[in-house]
Design a protein around this ligand. Structure first.
Ligand code: PRX
Length: 654
């Protein structure tokens, strides 16, 4: 493969990062005003007026936005709230997200526009126009049909960041199958759990992907997960790295073999779906038990992702948009794939690590492809900030117009570096707060708004967000409380796959009397109505912006034969936001040792994936529990931080 982006002038990667020029401490009241060049051309010029209208006439607002999209048949009702909290949007309408993400572009000049620019970590480059994307998606759709895939069946996708991942998602949607993408950084147990919950018959995967110069062995993990998942009948594998892997003769097929067969015709009709038919399920970690598969639909999700993307990132027809997330998470679903493609945007994708082979890799690609908008996470920003200012200074980043942040609160120091060094003081930062459950942005600035570093600014149109106490009363400005959403929105998850009761219990029970959605985050609203997200208030840990459940980590630890009981907590970490700290009670007769601690950490990594590898593992004789036997993680956390452990009247150590 050629390497079109190699930069011979780039010096060697430093072993240790330079000390960054420490930016001056920001005060919470610092305000940044957007440049007039952006305000004058903004898609939305007056937030307050449109927000007031969207609240006064929620359905009218969304009907107007929905009319920008194509539909096979229009809706009879915008919002059906007759079975709260199981809301329905655009009922009666017929659509398919592919009708808007691909098909309608083929009848416009967008047909020949680039849909995807993809660069592999080794430097290989692939591009797809909307026309070419349609042909690829149709081929895969036809192969899936030939393999017996049917409307409504859940197809699991486990791939690295390669174009085939997005193509597979679109191919499933096109034929009415439901995709369940499992993040390529997850490992055996996480993948097997998700395949089993979805009862998938078909798995789409790859032999591996490139990361920091090495190749990952996805097919090996997939093989181990399939061995635990009897529902799988067909596995189709993309050859990406060329690593040898085991293929079972009547189950495994190579992607390229199938795509070369006559069944892989590049013409395929898009299936006509009900607006409320499921488009995908995406598993996310919760407070207890196994991850839950949140269900998103074709209709409302199309409207919501397209509208939020166009308005918050002020999308213009010729924009090159780079959401540097992994498609395996909701950010990738909504803002690599669906929202941008519906808006006819050119999307950038990159396979590998931001600092490989050098810490200028991202800046080099931004310059090379003329990226206008970069949307990433605070962890990535902090990681690149460590290397100082010289790496981005090698590149002309004047093509950038807007920046974005998502996944965790951004600390003001990282905000300022991103703004001054990467955005050169010119590019407003959209700090978007949202969740897997919400489908799209919920609280975010618009490019016309004054920005406060660390604040996600204001609710999006039609979103009634509030910060309340346990009884539902608004807390005073500046005070911490629980974040709730008081009314439905089109992008909301409709249920938890196979467990509607858990959906009600998790999100709608705490404020059941009021009918509000509980986000699971704590937050503050300042005197000017700006929202400041503090973090999770449940047993979810955000590690480098990735969402992990303490229950999953604990269950991985307990699956080791030498472990009797385990507890996991998150503690602040300079780079990752939070890091995982674990406490383990060994089985009778087992002796603690540093070697065993390391074996157990590796075990978690092997079962769940490297992101879940505990930062620390402490052997203990007992764990603090309530009298009903629930581990009191808040006590462990307070102890670790040297804080007051609060009310311990229900505590027992066992
Ligand atoms: O705690 C909040 C944090 O990420 C959680 C949702 O995680 P997930 O479903 O994986 O989706 C992440 C990408 C949308 C939230 O409950 N979070 C997300 N965005 C922000 C954030 N915390 C602070 N600021 C944000 N902008």
């Amino acid at each position: 493969m050629s390497n079109p982006v190699g930069d011979p002038k780039t010096p060697k990667t430093p072993e240790t990062p330079e000390t960054p020029e420490t930016p001056k401490k920001l005060r919470r009241t610092d305000v940044f005003h957007p440049p007039s060049s952006i305000v004058d051309q903004a898609n939305v010029k007056d937030y307050e007026t449109l927000y007031a209208r969207s609240i006064a006439d929620r359905e009218g607002f969304w009907a107007e936005e929905a009319q920008r999209l194509s539909w096979y048949e229009p809706w009879t009702k915008v919002l059906d709230a007759s079975h709260r909290p199981f809301f329905k949007w655009f009922t009666g309408a017929k659509t398919n997200i592919v009708l808007n993400a691909i098909d309608r572009h083929l009848k416009t000049p967008n047909r020949n526009k680039l849909a995807i620019i993809w660069e592999g970590e080794p430097g290989d480059l692939r591009t797809f126009s909307y026309h070419a994307l349609n042909r690829e998606v149709s081929k895969v759709a036809n192969v899936l049909k030939a393999m017996g895939a049917r409307r409504g069946e859940i197809v699991t996708i486990y791939m690295p960041q390669i174009p085939e991942l997005v193509i597979s998602m679109l191919a499933c949607a096109k034929i009415g199958a439901v995709h369940s993408v499992v993040y390529g950084g997850f490992s055996v147990e996480a993948l097997a759990d998700r395949i089993q919950d979805a009862k998938s018959r078909i798995l789409l995967t790859a032999d591996g992907g490139f990361r920091r110069g090495a190749s990952t062995s996805l097919k090996e993990i997939a093989n181990a997960a399939m061995a635990r998942s009897p529902s799988i009948e067909v596995c189709i594998t993309v050859r990406r790295t060329g690593t040898e892997c085991f293929m079972e003769s009547d189950r495994d097929f190579w992607w390229h073999d199938l795509m070369a067969m006559p069944i892989a015709s590049p013409r395929c009709e898009t299936e006509v779906m009900d607006a409320e038919d499921p488009l995908f399920i995406l598993y996310t970690s919760g407070t207890t038990g196994k991850p839950k598969g949140l269900v998103h639909t074709h209709g409302g999700y199309s409207v919501y992702t397209a509208t939020t993307h166009r308005m918050v990132f002020d999308i213009k027809p010729d924009d090159r948009w780079w959401c540097a997330a992994d498609p395996g998470w909701i950010t990738g679903h909504s803002y690599i794939a669906y929202g941008p493609l519906i808006n006819g945007t050119t999307i950038m994708m990159y396979e590998g690590a931001p600092n490989h082979p050098y810490p200028n890799r991202w800046w080099q690609m931004i310059e090379k492809y003329g990226v206008n908008i970069l949307y990433t996470s605070p962890t990535a920003i902090r990681g690149l900030m460590r290397f100082g200012n010289s790496w981005s200074a090698k590149h002309d980043l004047s093509c950038l117009r807007l920046l974005g942040s998502v996944g965790e609160p951004i600390n003001p120091e990282a905000w300022r570096w991103y703004h001054e060094v990467i955005g050169q003081g010119r590019c407003p930062i959209m700090d978007t707060w949202w969740q897997t459950e919400t489908g799209g942005f919920m609280i975010s600035p618009l490019p016309i708004m004054p920005l406060r570093p660390g604040s996600a600014a204001k609710p999006f149109f039609s979103i009634e967000a509030a910060v309340v106490d346990d009884s539902g009363r608004d807390v005073a400005p500046g005070e911490e409380g629980k974040l709730v959403i008081k009314a439905p929105w089109p992008g909301m998850a409709r249920t938890i796959h196979g467990d509607p009761d858990r959906y009600v219990e998790t999100y709608w029970k705490d404020y059941g009397a009021q009918g509000w959605y509980k986000a699971g985050d704590s937050a503050r609203i300042d005197e000017d109505g700006y929202f400041w997200i503090i973090g999770r208030i449940d047993d979810v840990i955000k590690v480098s912006g990735y969402r992990l459940g303490t229950a999953e980590i604990e269950s991985a630890l307990v699956s080791h034969p030498r472990v009797a009981e385990a507890a996991a907590i998150g503690l602040p970490h300079e780079l990752k936001g939070n890091a995982i700290h674990t406490f383990v009670i060994l089985r009778h007769g087992e002796e603690p040792s540093p070697e065993l601690a390391s074996v157990l950490k590796d075990h978690v990594s092997h079962e769940m994936g490297p992101i879940a590898r505990p930062e620390s593992l402490t052997f203990v004789d007992a764990l603090p529990k309530t009298r009903s036997g629930k581990i009191m993680r808040r006590v462990l956390k307070a102890r670790a931080l040297g804080q007051d452990t609060g009310d311990l009247s229900t505590l027992e150590e066992s």
